[in-house]
Design a protein around this ligand. Structure first.
Ligand code: ADP
Length: 497
């Protein structure tokens, strides 16, 4: 901006101006002498100084002080020449000297006045030019800007602002900004006051606001303000950032992510399907056997009520067990919105283990679970953290399919003072070197039927709760996958029932 003004201020003078001044002054001086001689010879009127002074005045007005002085000097020389050749009563050396002094004064004063007027005109022109430039910059800035006074009345709005709020400038001038922009978290202070305080404190914090366009479209805005010096008190330049599209895109992304998480959970469960079916088959078979026994008992002549009650109790217990399995599965695959709750690490681990225990047993894997005593609680969506654990356990089972020793060790322990770390260690093949650095990258898989999204989703989940995720080789054989989570803050957090 400064550079632009410098360029405007330093516009160079035309180089031929000096020659032009000299020629004008000389021509005017000669013209004055010729007119003096013509008047003397033709009409007998001797006015040797009148025409010279007229010439000096004209030249001073036209070209400034330099030209005027030049003209005065030329006239002095020509008048001295005339004093020798032309007999004129007034043309004495004393008169010539007096008129020369007068002419010089005329040229200086006239030139100074002319310069002052020229400076004033140039200054006014420059101000006008700057104003035009500022107006043009203001109008063409891609960011919406609204200028308001201390009372929050709109004093200016640029084209981007008009386009954002779908208004014509005339319709909003003088009206309140809060007619179309309101604060998201209102208190008793007006929007103008809040913006004014922020700009006065030099804070770069933005005020969240909701806007409405002339056609009723809702806008999510961030406002910052800077002060504008003005004759009518403090004005504020309000910079408007339209967050509507960004927030909508973030919401869409979150939705897609949630859907992907759900698909991934459903896929994981699908892979455990046969083990789950097997698990459910057991209580169903037991129920059927108990009910069969009860039926036989009822058909007897001497009914043993105690035996029938015992058979019914057993089938009830098995029904509850099957119901619990189904409930757990339903919760796991439900398309529910994220619900954070404070829950103990032990509960999360236990729930995840109960989901996979059938698959672990089916695969002939030994499962060793250690949760450090007194480990605190974390604030998470339990289903999502179970999804992370289930994915790690599922991967571990697959990595040990051909291993001689099949063992999974799940360990949960404190990680410093403010967090916990849960690890899943297997004795499998280890991570294939080809994807060693890519296991958390989406769609990287070594499995023919794998999607390669399980670990990348796990990373998104863990990081969204403020944790970290990683993996490393487990000594001689297998892999250790781990993730950390911050402990729930003691204040205000209550353990989930
Ligand atoms: P998917 O299981 O569908 O392949 P993941 O994101 O869960 O997707 O895993 C990505 C890849 O990481 C797997 O294909 C596998 O090569 C590797 N991997 C994951 N866990 C283990 C593990 N415990 N041992 C060896 N490799 C593993």
């Amino acid at each position: 901006m400064r550079r632009l003004w410098l360029m405007l201020d330093e516009a160079p003078l035309p180089s031929r101006q000096g020659v032009f001044v000299w020629l004008t002054a000389s021509a005017a001086s000669f013209a004055a002498v010729i007119v003096t001689l013509v008047f003397d010879l033709k009409f007998g009127i001797q006015l040797p100084f009148l025409w010279a002074i007229a010439a000096i005045l004209v030249v001073t007005v036209r070209t400034g002080m330099t030209g005027g002085l030049h003209c005065a000097a030329m006239n002095l020389l020509l008048q001295i020449g005339m004093a020798y050749r032309v007999p004129m009563t007034l043309l004495t050396f004393r008169n010539i000297a007096v008129v020369a002094c007068l002419s010089a004064c005329l040229a200086v004063i006239g030139g100074w006045r002319r310069q002052k007027r020229a400076d004033r005109d140039a200054f006014a022109a420059q101000i006008k030019l700057r104003e035009a430039h500022l107006q043009s910059i203001f109008d063409h800035l891609p960011a919406p800007i609204v200028i308001i006074d201390v009372a929050g009345r709109v004093r200016g709005i640029n084209a981007a602002g008009c386009a954002l709020f779908e208004v014509a400038p005339d319709t909003v001038f003088g009206g309140s900004l809060e007619a179309f922009v309101i604060r998201q978290d209102p208190d008793e202070r007006s929007l103008a006051d809040v913006l004014s305080d922020l700009s006065a404190s030099g804070s770069d914090l933005a005020v969240k606001a909701r806007g409405t366009t002339a056609t009723g479209r809702a806008l999510h805005l961030l406002l910052t303000a800077s002060r504008v010096p003005s004759g009518e008190g403090r004005w504020l330049t309000v910079h408007v950032q339209d967050e509507t599209e960004r927030l909508a895109a973030a919401a869409r992304l979150e939705d897609v992510q949630r859907q992907l998480m759900h698909v991934s959970r459903a896929t994981a469960l699908g892979e455990l399907g046969s083990a789950i079916a097997h698990e459910l088959n057991q209580p169903l078979a037991a129920i059927s056997a108990c009910l069969g026994a009860a039926k036989i008992e009822i058909a007897r002549e001497r009914i043993d009520r105690a035996e029938i009650a015992d058979a019914l109790d057993t089938s009830l217990a098995h029904t509850l067990r099957a119901g619990a399995v189904l409930k757990r599965l339903r919760v796991f695959v439900a398309r529910a919105p994220e619900t954070r709750q404070v829950i103990t690490v032990a509960d999360i681990v236990a729930e995840a283990v109960s989901l996979v225990q059938f698959a672990v047993r089916d695969a002939g894997v030994r499962l060793d679970v250690t949760v450090a005593p007194g480990l605190g609680a974390v604030e998470v969506d339990p289903v999502q953290i179970q999804q992370v654990l289930l994915n790690m356990i599922r991967n571990a089972i697959e990595a040990m399919r051909d291993a001689a020793v099949r063992m999974i060790t799940i360990e949960a322990r404190a990680d410093g003072h403010a967090g916990i770390v849960i690890s899943v260690v297997d004795t499998g093949t280890g991570i294939a070197p080809a994807i060693a650095d890519l296991v958390f990258t989406p769609f990287e898989t070594t499995k023919g039927d794998g999607l390669g999204v399980g670990l990348s989703i796990s990373k998104t989940i863990v990081e969204s709760f403020g944790g970290e995720i990683g993996c490393e080789a487990n000594g001689g054989a297998g892999t250790r996958f781990w993730f950390s989570l911050p402990l729930a803050r003691a204040e205000g957090s209550r353990l989930a029932a």
